[in-house]
Design a protein around this ligand. Structure first.
Ligand code: I24
Ligand code: DGL
Length: 265
């Protein structure tokens, strides 16, 4: 039995992190929980996000995971520290990796952060960037229209481009050289985001960066799976299975993924 890595998210957005993990960690087994029924988290209160995130971690703890990845930016912003205190397994969130990559890449240490309302209000990215680079300037921007836009499936449309451009125009005049995509859904809007920012601005996706941290933690804790072949990933959803399955199949290019239902209080 290969002990799996647990991955949690408010819905299907964390599949952007899963996609990277399946590519870069070919020996590891994964269990994913998407709280589709209560998605989106980004417009909810901190109390709700904390409670829901603890419930997901609890469910995975009972499934004997060896480590946990909080693939949701909003859940990471609100619940990372609390989850670390409550459970014995190592926990990786998406914010430290995104902030680290931004600080390492930026020439000017002027960094824009795009995220949900809850993530931006929490100041988690802002605090982490300043912790790593005390003289950095951070330009936070909440983008409440972006998640619904992606979830309507309209993220490629010209209309989506207009919405993105309007929102990002609020950063006009600020002189940053990095923009962090601080939300699972924003990589799907990356082409529009790129077009709406000055050409010299580099985009950093927290999803991609997070896998490096997962690899480091596995090595540090000596829990890399070296021998046995991995099991197929298992996906739990708190919402309807069919819609969830369709997105898993499409996004991860899987034919017949193992989709299961999970009830959370
Ligand atoms: N993308 C996301 N959430 C959705 C969606 C989407 N519907 C279409 N696309 N719906 O997130 C959320 C609510 N559902 C989810 C499933 O169960 C019922 C409720 C972004 C996902 C990023 C991996 C667009 C879409 C798609 C396939 C792949 C990617 C994608 F249809 F963005
Ligand atoms: N997964 C969330 C995030 O990364 C976006 C969707 C939501 O608001 O729940 O912030």
């Amino acid at each position: 039995m290969v002990r799996p890595i647990g991955v949690i998210d408010s819905g299907v957005g964390g599949l952007t992190v899963v996609k990277e993990m399946l590519i870069h960690l070919p020996n590891e087994s994964l269990i994913y929980i998407g709280d589709d029924k209560r998605c989106p988290y980004g417009s909810r209160s901190a109390e709700e996000v904390l409670k829901f995130t603890i419930e997901m971690a609890e469910a995975l703890s009972e499934m004997d995971i060896k480590m946990l990845v909080i693939a949701c930016n909003t859940a990471t912003a609100i619940a990372l520290e609390e989850i670390r205190q409550r459970f014995n397994f190592p926990v990786v969130g998406v914010i430290v990796p995104g902030a680290r990559a931004a600080v390492a890449t930026s020439k000017t240490q002027k960094i824009a952060v795009l995220g949900t309302t809850r993530t931006i209000k929490s100041s988690a990215y802002q605090n982490e960037i300043i912790k790593q680079s005390p003289y950095a300037m951070v330009y936070p921007l909440d983008c409440p229209e972006f998640v619904p836009l992606v979830e309507k499936g309209q993220y490629k449309s010209r209309e989506a481009g207009v919405v993105v451009e309007n929102r990002l125009s609020k950063l006009n005049g600020e002189n940053f050289d990095i923009a962090i995509l601080g939300c699972t859904h924003y990589p799907l809007l990356e082409a529009h985001i790129k077009k709406s920012l000055p050409p010299d601005v580099q985009i950093i996706s927290s999803a991609v960066e997070t896998v490096r941290d997962v690899e480091m933690v596995l090595t540090e804790h000596n829990i890399v799976n070296k021998g046995l072949l991995r099991q197929a990933p298992v996906f739990y959803t708190t919402g309807p299975q069919a819609a969830f399955k369709a997105i898993v199949c499409d996004w991860l290019e899987m034919e017949n993924p193992d989709i299961r239902s999970l009830m959370l209080s």
